[in-house]
Design a binder for this molecule. Structure first.
Ligand SMILES: *Cc1c(COP(=O)(O)O)cnc(C)c1O
Length: 434
C-alpha cells in the first residue's frame, strides 16, 4: 500500500496517522470520522510557498477554502502564511470567524449577491475577483453607495481547459465563469473597470480546471494572458501587477495517479512568466496561485465501521460501511476512485475483492468498486485514503444522517475541530406544522 504523510503502521499493527492509533481515534470520537494529518498539510503549504520564495518572486498562495472550510482549517492556513479564497458569504463568514486577516482574503464566484459583496467591502477584504458584467455594475453601485475603493482582479477565460492528462484549446470558451479573452469581452471589462475611480484593478485571474497532472495547461494559459497584457499595455497603458493562475494541481488518489511536486508547477510557471514578460517588456507581475485539493486532499482519511455484507454468488461481494455519499459524494458525483485498508491489519495480504457500499438509499451510493481486502472479521474499521478535499465540504444530511466529526492529528495528539452532528442538530431548524 501507499502511505501518505505520517500515515503508517504502529507497534500494535494498526494504522496510525500523526502518531495516533486510528482504532483509538474511532473509540474516542466514533465513526465515520474524518482525520487530518496536520504535518502533511503544513508540508504541502510550505512546498508551494518555498518554491516562490526560493526565486524571490512576489506571490500569494491562496488556499481555496471550498476544498475544506472550517474555523480550524482556516486558522491553520493563517499559521502557514497562506492567503484565502472564498466563494460565498458562508465561506467568508467562516474565515472572519476564524480571525483570518481580511486583507489576505480573495472573493470568487460567478453570482455573488449584493449582500455578499457588501459583506466583503464592509470587512475590507483583500480583493474581489470580478467574474462578469452584471457583477461589475453591482459592485460599482455598492462602492458608490459606500464611497469605498476596492481591489479587483478580472477573471478571464483564456480558452484553455485542462482535463487531467489532457487539455483542450477552445476558440470561443463556453464557460459560466469569467470574461472571454478571445471575443474581446475581457478587454471591454478592463476598459470599464479602469474608468471607474472606485476600482483598483490589480490584474488578471484564470482557473483552468482541477486534478491536473502536468504543467502544460498552466503555461499555455499564462502565455495567452501575458500576450494580451502586452496588447493592453500598448493600447490602454494598463500593466497588471498580479497574475493569478488559479488552482487545480493534481493529487494521488490511487496508484493510477502520478502527481508532480508542487514546487515543480511553481518553478515552471515562474520560468514561463519571466520569459513571456521579458519578451514583451512587461514588469514581472506578482504570481498568485490557489491550491485547494493539493493542500488538504491527501492529508485526510475517513474511518468507517464495517457493517453488513452481501454476497452475490459469482458476481461480487458488497461490504457496507456506516457512511457513504453523505460524507463523500465524489464517487457518486463523478466516479472518483479511492484506495482503502482495514485499519486493524493494513499490511495483511488481500485475499478477496469487495465493493464498499454506503448506507444511503441510492444504488449509486458506492464508495469503492473492486477493492482488494483481507478477509474481514468482527468489528472492522475501514480507512479510506485521500478524502481531505471536497469530502467534508460536500457532506450532506441525505437520509438524515448526521455529519461526522473532524479530528486533526499531529505529533501524537488528536484535536477535535468539528463536532459530530446530533439528531437534535438535524431537527434544529425544523418548525412544527402547528
Ligand atoms: C476550485 C477552485 C480552485 C481550487 O481547485 P483545486 O482543484 O481544489 O486546487 C482554485 N481557484 C478557483 C477559482 C476555483 O474555482
Amino acid at each position: 500500500m501507499y502511505y501518505y504523510g505520517t500515515t503508517g503502521v504502529n507497534k500494535a499493527g494498526n494504522l496510525e496517522i500523526g502518531g495516533v492509533d486510528t482504532i483509538e481515534l474511532t473509540r474516542d470520537f466514533g465513526t465515520p470520522l474524518y482525520v487530518y494529518d496536520v504535518a502533511l498539510m503544513r508540508e504541502r503549504a510550505r512546498g508551494f510557498k518555498h518554491a516562490f520564495e526560493e526565486q524571490n518572486i512576489n506571490s500569494q498562495v491562496a488556499y481555496a477554502s471550498k476544498a475544506f472550510s472550517t474555523v480550524a482549517m482556516v486558522q491553520l492556513a493563517e499559521e502557514e502564511g497562506l492567503s484565502l479564497d472564498v466563494v460565498s458569504g458562508g465561506e467568508l463568514y467562516t474565515a472572519l470567524a476564524a480571525g483570518f486577516p481580511p486583507e489576505r482574503i480573495h472573493f470568487h464566484g460567478n453570482n455573488k449577491s449584493k449582500e455578499e459583496l457588501e459583506m466583503a467591502l464592509d470587512n475590507r477584504i483583500g480583493c474581489i475577483v470580478v467574474d462578469n458584467f452584471f457583477e461589475m455594475e453591482l459592485l460599482k453601485s455598492i462602492c458608490q453607495e459606500k464611497n469605498v475603493k476596492v481591489n479587483i482582479l478580472l477573471r478571464v477565460t483564456p480558452g484553455i481547459e485542462a482535463h487531467t492528462h489532457d487539455y483542450i484549446l477552445t476558440g470561443q470558451e463556453d464557460s459560466k465563469f469569467g470574461f472571454d479573452l478571445q471575443n474581446g469581452q475581457a478587454g471591454t471589462a478592463l476598459i470599464t473597470a479602469l474608468q471607474f475611480e472606485h476600482f483598483e484593478v490589480l490584474g488578471l485571474h484564470c482557473h483552468i480546471g482541477s486534478q491536473i497532472f502536468e504543467t502544460t495547461g498552466f503555461l499555455l494559459a499564462a502565455k495567452k494572458i501575458v500576450e494580451q497584457m502586452a496588447v493592453w499595455k500598448n493600447e490602454l497603458g494598463f500593466e497588471a501587477k498580479v497574475l493569478n493562475l488559479g488552482g487545480g494541481f493534481g493529487i494521488r488518489y490511487t496508484k493510477e495517479d502520478e502527481p508532480i511536486p508542487p514546487s515543480h508547477y511553481v518553478s515552471e510557471i515562474i520560468k514561463e512568466v519571466k520569459k513571456l514578460t521579458s519578451q514583451s517588456s512587461l514588469k514581472m507581475p506578482e504570481i498568485w496561485i490557489e491550491p485547494g485539493r493539493s493542500l488538504v486532499g491527501d492529508a485526510g482519511i475517513t474511518l468507517y465501521q464495517v457493517g453488513s455484507s452481501k454476497d452475490v454468488p459469482g458476481v461480487r461481494k458488497y461490504l457496507a460501511v456506516d457512511g457513504g455519499m453523505s460524507d463523500n459524494i465524489r464517487p457518486a458525483l463523478y466516479q472518483a476512485k479511492y484506495e482503502a485498508v482495514l485499519a486493524k491489519k493494513p499490511l495483511a495480504r488481500a485475499n478477496e475483492t469487495v465493493s464498499i457500499a454506503g448506507k444511503c438509499c441510492e444504488s449509486g451510493d458506492m464508495l469503492i468498486w473492486d477493492l482488494p481486502l483481507p478477509e474481514t472479521g468482527e468489528d472492522e474499521i475501514l480507512a479510506v485514503f485521500c478524502t481531505g478535499a471536497y469530502g467534508y465540504s460536500m457532506s450532506n444530511n441525505y437520509n438524515r444522517i448526521p455529519r461526522p466529526a473532524v479530528v486533526f492529528v499531529e505529533n501524537g495528539k488528536a484535536t477535535q475541530v468539528v463536532k459530530r452532528e446530533t439528531y437534535e442538530d438535524l431537527v434544529r431548524l425544523d418548525l412544527p406544522l402547528k
